[in-house]
Design a protein around this ligand. Structure first.
Ligand code: PMV
Length: 357
């Protein structure tokens, strides 16, 4: 689909409000490295979450005077100018595709289901929630927009805010990035994973182990940028393509051993890329490595199918089938909390998609 097809040319200005809940997602094949205007260097695939979400209401009204602010951002009901820069970058990036948005005043009221300082990246869920409200505004002016087109446009706009946000439009599994392995895949927006998924992967759970809730020292934007001159970049992009192909096969066949191998390798590769960037950096903590060892030992001794993944930070995401939830809770209680009493946990599960409220 050409970029022109994403431009909404209608000049109408309306009074309208839209309220959406968009969940965060956790990548199994990681997006790390980008080109041009938020174009990924490799395809990625993710599970959508359900309990870690952002709720955003945008109230649109006509701008009456030049003195009116274009937008006001509120978090939990309080005006938060600290976020203005980020929101402005997002709105400026999407403006070529929704030009009349500049004539609207936007009051953006947002809240997260998880604490802002929990160390969980809220950019995927928050950008997706804003993109859904803005696409809803477009649909209000252009009611002929189909459901499929609505989601494509929302994912397209969300991507311009944060690449991984493009995948938060679809559950339970979404992929983003052009690949010969998936028909209709695109670099411009995510698509739902419609291939066969073996029942072992239905109802997967995700427990987030919060190891450190401080803000990251190096942002994802900087991490992506460091991939531009990374000595292993091309090898990594080839590897991600191969892993994408293999995880797609595991979903189909139910090969959970292969799934675990790929998911854990992707997590460690992401952090390996950070440690081999120039300048090098690391985001995990000693506890991250220690707990990974405990998870592996537990898996070996119990024949469990739990595995871990990492985001761009020190926290660990445990992934496991729902029917092993009791065992995983026991492992947390008997092994992790005994050694690390200060750990916090968020128990989430794979979800089906954003909701209009
Ligand atoms: O969407 P961004 O620019 O915040 O980058 C996200 C990168 C990872 O979370 C590390 C991986 C991914 O695919 O979500």
């Amino acid at each position: 689909m050409s970029l022109e097809k994403f431009i909404f040319t209608n000049n109408q200005v309306i009074s309208f409000s839209s309220f959406w809940e968009a969940p965060s997602n956790i990548a199994l094949i990681k997006y790390w490295g980008k080109k041009g205007n938020q174009i990924p260097s490799n395809p990625s695939i993710s599970f959508l979450l359900s309990k870690c979400f952002t709720r955003t209401k945008i109230t649109f009204s006509p701008i009456n005077s030049k003195k009116d602010n274009w937008f006001t951002f509120k978090l939990d009901g309080n005006i938060k100018p600290d976020f203005n820069k980020k929101i402005e970058i997002f709105l400026e990036r999407i403006l070529p595709y929704v030009p009349s948005l500049k004539k609207q005043n936007l009051i953006i009221d947002s809240s997260n289901s998880f604490p802002h300082s929990s160390g969980i990246a809220s950019s995927a869920s928050s950008m997706a929630a804003m993109a859904l409200c803005i696409t809803d505004w477009e649909k209000q002016i252009n009611p002929k927009m189909t459901e499929e087109r609505f989601k494509i446009k929302a994912s397209f706009l969300a991507r311009l805010g944060s690449g991984s946000a493009s995948r938060s439009i679809y559950g339970p599994i979404a992929s983003w990035g052009k690949t010969s392995h998936i028909e209709k895949s695109s670099d411009k927006y995510a698509i739902p994973f419609t291939q066969k998924v073996h029942k072992i992967f239905h109802d997967f759970c995700n427990t987030i182990i919060l190891i450190d809730d401080n803000k990251k020292e190096i942002s994802s934007t900087e991490g992506h940028r460091l991939m531009n001159d990374h000595p292993f970049a091309q090898k990594r992009f080839d590897q991600a393509n191969q892993n994408f192909f293999e995880i797609k096969n595991s979903f189909e066949t139910g090969d959970i051993e292969k799934f675990i191998e790929i998911v854990e390798s992707e997590a460690l590769t992401l952090h390996g890329l950070m440690m081999t960037s120039s300048p090098p950096y690391k985001l995990f903590k000693p506890e991250t490595i220690e707990i990974i060892e405990l998870i592996k030992n537990y898996r070996m001794s119990s024949k469990s199918t739990v595995c871990f993944t990492l985001d761009a930070g020190p926290n660990i995401h445990l992934l496991y089938p729902k029917d092993s939830k009791r065992d995983i809770l026991d492992f947390i209680e008997n092994e992790l909390i005994k050694i690390y009493p200060n750990l916090k946990f968020i128990h989430d599960q794979v979800g089906n998609g954003p909701k209009k409220i």
